[in-house]
Structure formats: structure tokens, C-alpha cells
Write a protein that binds this ligand. Structure first.
Ligand code: SF4
Ligand code: SF4
Length: 289
């Protein structure tokens, strides 16, 4: 079972839920579980595993074309074929350039050029690391190269590392509702949306619910920082027939543990019970599939 953890905005507790659910499953249910950090712009799941050991690390490259202006006739065909507006050709000043930030490495321009003026070159896209976390099968993390905007491309590479032998895979998605999120949740069996009971939380939850209904994915909601804010989130879930998987109560002490990176060492009993109940619900869903 692949379970993706998503949220409409950052700061709702998506990482907290991901690492706690991984830890709860590994401790009480099934040790054959892997955690995947697909929040590639800011991966921080690893920080919460104090005894983590780096097992392997590999650099991932993106192939980006370059135009040789000596061979180029400035015919503009490559720019016409590029779906991502990454190519600028200005014939009057003999200018031809490919924007690395916009290029999606699709190779269309290479096929389009009839003058052999385009060559391909590797550029760093990011790093994929495997960690032993001391529990479960461990953590796989994608970390995007600074300055790169190709989150989706790296997430696809990270997902290739997921073993089909895992009983459970927990995937921490990037925040928001853009392409990297869709890529992350696309082959998950179930999605957990993490929200908070505030107007901002509700606003972003509504957008994410619309997205998941559009792509027809089953999902449920965890309300983090329960006890703060208002009841509007619960009203929305009720009115829209959305399953509330659990409520993680807000306590100052637990927020302090998050800040010091010790949420897995010092889980209050009521919060641990909540995660166990959520894990039980997920196991039941798995059995019903
Ligand atoms: S590889 Fe694809 S995206 Fe990149 S410049 Fe060529 S056509 Fe555009
Ligand atoms: S298709 Fe080839 S020759 Fe034409 S503008 Fe592009 S690089 Fe230059």
C-alpha cells in the first residue's frame, strides 16, 4: 500500500504526520515499511531520525541541450517545437539560446534541428539518498539541486527507487497543489491530507480536495493542531462527506519537541494513541482493497 501525505500549504504538520506514521507502523504493525521524502525542495524527514545512517547517495543528472551558433541557421524550428518556451532564437542578431530553468529535457529540439546544431549535455538535477532509520526499511530522500525548478523530474527519479516488496510505503509530498504534488500522489493507493483548523488551513484544504476529486484519488483528512482555531474545518468535512482520520491535539510541549527535532523520542501518550488509531484505520482500508 502506498500512502501519500499531502497538504495545501506548508507548515500544517505534513512532515510530523509522515515520520510519526512511519514510526507507528514500524513499531506496532509492519516493519516492512519505507518512508519516501518527495518534498525535494526542502526534505527534512531525515532530521527526525537521530540514529540515522547514510547508506548510499547518488547524483541525478538532467540532460539539457545546447545550441552551437556556428552551425545554427536560426530557422526557429527548434523553438517552434519546444512546448516549454525554453528556446530563444533571434535571427537578426544571430542569437540562439536554451534556458536551463525552463528546459524539461524532452529532446524535441534535437529531433527538430536539421542542421546538427544541437548537442546534449548533463547538468545536476539533485541527489537521492538512502538512510537506515533504525526502524522499518529506512528512508529515501530526494534533494533538488539549488536553483533548479525541475521538482517533478526529480520526484519521478525518487519514485523509481521504491521497492515493490514494501508492504507499506509512506510518501511525504511537497506542499501545495501544483505538478510536483500530482506526480507524487499519482500512483498512491490512498492520500492523507493534513490540515489545521484555521481559515488558511481550510482555504488550502478546499483547493486540495478539489484536486484529489479531479484526479479521482481516495483520501481522508488529519487535523493537526486540533484545539486551536475554529470548527469550520470539521463543518466542511462533514458537509462534504470527507473522512476525518484523526485529530492531533496541539500542545506547546509537542511543538517545542518539533522545533528541537525530537518528536519521535517524546511522543505524548494521547498523540501516540491517535497515530495508532489512524494506522489501524489505514490497515483496515488496505485489507478491504
Ligand atoms: S529539450 Fe525539450 S524542453 Fe528542452 S529546450 Fe529542447 S524542446 Fe525545449
Ligand atoms: S532548429 Fe537548429 S538550425 Fe534551426 S534555429 Fe534551432 S538550432 Fe538553429
Amino acid at each position: 500500500m502506498k500512502i501519500a501525505i499531502a497538504s495545501g500549504k506548508g507548515g500544517t504538520g505534513k512532515t510530523t504526520v509522515s515520520v510519526n506514521l512511519y514510526s507507528t507502523f514500524a513499531k506496532f504493525f509492519d516493519k516492512n515499511i519505507t518512508l519516501i521524502d518527495c518534498d525535494v525542495e526542502e526534505p527534512n524527514d531525515a532530521l527526525f531520525f537521530k540514529n540515522r545512517k547514510l547508506i548510499s547517495e547518488k547524483e541525478v543528472q538532467q540532460i539539457i541541450p545546447e545550441i552551437n551558433t556556428e552551425a545554427c541557421t536560426f530557422c526557429h524550428k527548434c523553438a517552434d517545437w519546444c512546448e516549454f518556451n525554453a528556446i530563444t532564437i533571434i535571427k537578426s542578431v544571430a542569437f540562439a539560446e536554451i534556458n536551463k530553468e525552463l528546459c524539461h529535457s524532452c529532446g524535441a529540439c534535437l529531433v527538430a534541428c536539421e542542421y546538427n546544431a544541437i548537442t546534449e549535455h548533463p547538468h545536476p538535477l539533485g541527489v537521492i539518498s538512502h538512510f537506515d532509520t533504525g526502524i522499518g526499511n529506512g528512508l529515501i530522500e530526494g534533494r533538488l539541486e539549488i536553483g533548479s525548478s525541475m521538482q517533478t523530474m526529480l520526484i519521478k527519479e525518487v519514485k523509481k527507487e521504491i521497492s515493490e516488496n514494501n508492504a507499506i510505503t509512506i510518501i511525504d509530498a511537497p506542499p501545495g497543489t501544483s505538478c510536483p504534488v500530482v506526480e507524487t500522489v499519482s500512483d498512491a493507493n490512498y492520500i492523507i491530507l493534513v490540515t489545521e483548523p484555521t481559515p488558511f488551513g481550510l482555504h488550502d484544504l478546499k483547493i486540495t480536495v478539489d484536486l484529489l476529486r479531479d484526479i479521482k484519488k481516495p483520501f481522508g483528512v488529519i487535523v493537526n493542531k486540533a484545539g486551536l482555531g475554529s470548527n469550520e474545518v470539521y463543518k466542511f468535512l462533514d458537509e462534504n462527506n470527507i473522512e476525518l482520520l484523526g485529530k492531533i491535539p496541539f500542545t506547546k510541549a509537542y511543538a517545542k519537541n518539533y522545533a528541537s527535532g525530537t518528536i519521535l523520542e517524546n511522543v505524548p501518550e494521547n498523540i501516540e494513541d491517535t497515530y495508532r488509531e489512524i494506522a489501524e484505520k489505514l490497515v483496515t482500508k488496505q485489507l478491504q482493497q
